[in-house]
Ligand binder design. Structure first.
Ligand SMILES: *Cc1c(COP(=O)(O)O)cnc(C)c1O
Length: 415
C-alpha cells in the first residue's frame, strides 16, 4: 500500500492524540559538552542558557573527562574510526578483547562480551541461553530492554511484584518443574532509585536452585565500596550468573554494553546472541575511552566517594527544605510531585532559576506519581548543589508545596 492520504492522516492523528494526552516528548537542544553545567536551548529557538544539569546519567562525571577524551583521541588516531564489520567477521581488535578482560576483572566475573548497547545485551542474552524447558522470573519493574529480550526467547515467562521476596519465593516454588529458573532484576531501579534486595535474592536462588541475572546499568562504577555495583554493595560478589550493564551511563556515557558472568553463558552469547552477531562492532574510539574509564575507576574510588557525598548532601538538603522525596541510597533522588502538570510547571520554573531537571509523568512513571527525578554526579561541586538547593527552595515556595506530603499535594493539585 502506498503512503496515501489515508495513511498520512492515520499517522498524523496518532501524533495529535499523543500530544493531546500530554504524552508528547519534546527534545531540548544542548549546545555544549555534557557536564555539571550545560547550555540548553529552551524553549526551542531561544538563545542557549547556562544551567546546572541535575538529570544526566553522568554519575562519575567522566562523560567529558580530559583523560577519557584523550584516550578517545588515541583510539581514533591509532585504530581508525569505523570497524566496518561485526565482531566475528573482521570487527575484533585486540583492544576489544582487552576491554572485555578489564571489565571481567572489575566486576569479578568469569568472562565478558561487549554489545553495541545494554539494550542489545538484554535483547540477545535470553534467547542465547534459555529454551522452552526453562523459566524467566523477572521483577515487575525491570527495564524495558529486559522485557523486550524476554519476549524474544522461548522460555516460560513469569514475574514477581517489585522487590517482593515472598512473591518471588512463591514463583520459585511454582516453577520447580522447569529445567532452569532465571531470576532477573535491575540492580538500581531507575525511576525510584531503590536497590534490588540482592542478598535475599541470592538466598532464595540457592534454596530454590535458580540462576540470577542482574542488570546493573544504574550502578556499575559507583554503587558498592569500590563501585563494582549492587552485588558488591550486598556482599554477593561472584554470586551473579549474568550481569548486563551499560557503558552509556557512569562509564563514560557514550555507548556500549556487555554481558558478563559465567564463562559458558558469555561464550553462548558470542556464538548465538543476535545483536552481537548482526550489529556492527563497537568503534575503537569508544573502546579506547571505555578502557580508560575502567582503568580510572579501578585505580581510585575518589569519584564514587564524591558522588556518594554529593548524593547524601543533596538528599538531606532537599529534605530539610521540605520536599517529599523517595527514600533511598543511590544518587537518584526523586522529588515527588504526584501531579503531572505540577511536575512540568516546577521543571520550567527550575529552568528559569538555572536548573535543568526534567519532570517525569505517566507513562514513564505510574499515573499519580509524577516527579522530578534528580540525579547527582561527581562532576557537581558543593557550590553547584547549594545553588540548586536555593533554586528548589524558591520554586517550592512559589508553588507552596514545601512541607507537604503526598495526600496534601494530591488534595491541592489532583493526582
Ligand atoms: C539505560 C539502561 C539500559 C540501556 O542501556 P543502553 O546501553 O543505553 O542501551 C538497560 N538497562 C537498564 C537497567 C538501563 O538503565
Amino acid at each position: 500500500m502506498a503512503y496515501n492520504e489515508a495513511a498520512r492522516q492515520h499517522f498524523a492523528s496518532e501524533l495529535t492524540a499523543t500530544r493531546e494526552a500530554g504524552l508528547f516528548k519534546d527534545e531540548r537542544y544542548i549546545h555544549s559538552a555534557q557536564g555539571a553545567e550545560i547550555e540548553v536551548e529552551f524553549p526551542a529557538g531561544s538563545p542557549p542558557k547556562k544551567v546546572i544539569n541535575m538529570c544526566a546519567n553522568n554519575y562519575l562525571g567522566l562523560s567529558s573527562h580530559p583523560e577519557v577524551i584523550g584516550a578517545a583521541h588515541e583510539g581514533l588516531e591509532e585504530r581508525g574510526y569505523g570497524m566496518s564489520s561485526v565482531r566475528f567477521i573482521c570487527g575484533t581488535q585486540d583492544i576489544h578483547r582487552e576491554l572485555e578482560e578489564s571489565i571481567t576483572a572489575f566486576l569479578e566475573t568469569e568472562d565478558t562480551v561487549l554489545f553495541p548497547s545494554c539494550m542489545d545485551a538484554n535483547a540477545g542474552v535470553f534467547e542465547a541461553i534459555l529454551g522452552d524447558e526453562d523459566v524467566i522470573i523477572a521483577d515487575r519493574l525491570v527495564h524495558a530492554s529486559i522485557i523486550d529480550g524476554i519476549r524474544l526467547c522461548s522460555a516460560h515467562q513469569d514475574s514477581f511484584k517489585h522487590s517482593d521476596m515472598k512473591h518471588l519465593e512463591r514463583k520459585l516454588e511454582l516453577h520447580q518443574d522447569k529445567r532452569f529458573r532465571l531470576i532477573v532484576t535491575d540492580g538500581v531501579f531507575s525511576m525510584d532509585g531503590d536497590l534490588a534486595k540482592l542478598d535475599e535474592i541470592v538466598d532464595l536462588a540457592e534454596r530454590y536452585d535458580a540462576m540470577i541475572m542482574l542488570d546493573d546499568s544504574h550502578a556499575t562504577g559507583f554503587i558498592g565500596k569500590t563501585g563494582k555495583g549492587v552485588h558488591e554493595h550486598f556482599g554477593v560478589l561472584g554470586r551473579m550468573d549474568i550481569i548486563t550493564t551499560t557503558l552509556g551511563k557512569a562509564m563514560g556515557g557514550a555507548s556500549g554494553g556487555c554481558v558478563s558472568g559465567r564463562k559458558e553463558l558469555v561464550e553462548l552469547c558470542r556464538q548465538r546472541a543476535r545483536p552481537y552477531l548482526f550489529s556492527n562492532a563497537m568503534p575503537p574510539v569508544i573502546v579506547a575511552a571505555a578502557q580508560r574509564v575502567v582503568d580510572l575507576i579501578s585505580q581510585t574510588t575518589e569519584r564514587r566517594d564524591k558522588l556518594e557525598w554529593n548524593a547524601g548532601y543533596w538528599r538531606q538538603g532537599l529534605s530539610d527544605i521540605g520536599f517529599d522525596l523517595r527514600p533511598g541510597e543511590s544518587p537518584i533522588v526523586p522529588v515527588m510531585l504526584y501531579n503531572a502538570k505540577l511536575s512540568q510547571d516546577v521543571s520550567r520554573d527550575l529552568f528559569d532559576e538555572g536548573i535543568y531537571a526534567v519532570g517525569f509523568f505517566f507513562p514513564v512513571v505510574p499515573k499519580g506519581q509524577a516527579r522530578i527525578r534528580t540525579q547527582l554526579s561527581a562532576a557537581h561541586d558543593k557550590e553547584h548543589l547549594d545553588f540548586a538547593l536555593e533554586a528548589f527552595r524558591k520554586v517550592g515556595e512559589k508553588h507552596q508545596i514545601l512541607g507537604l506530603k503526598k495526600k496534601d499535594i494530591i488534595a491541592r493539585f489532583g493526582a
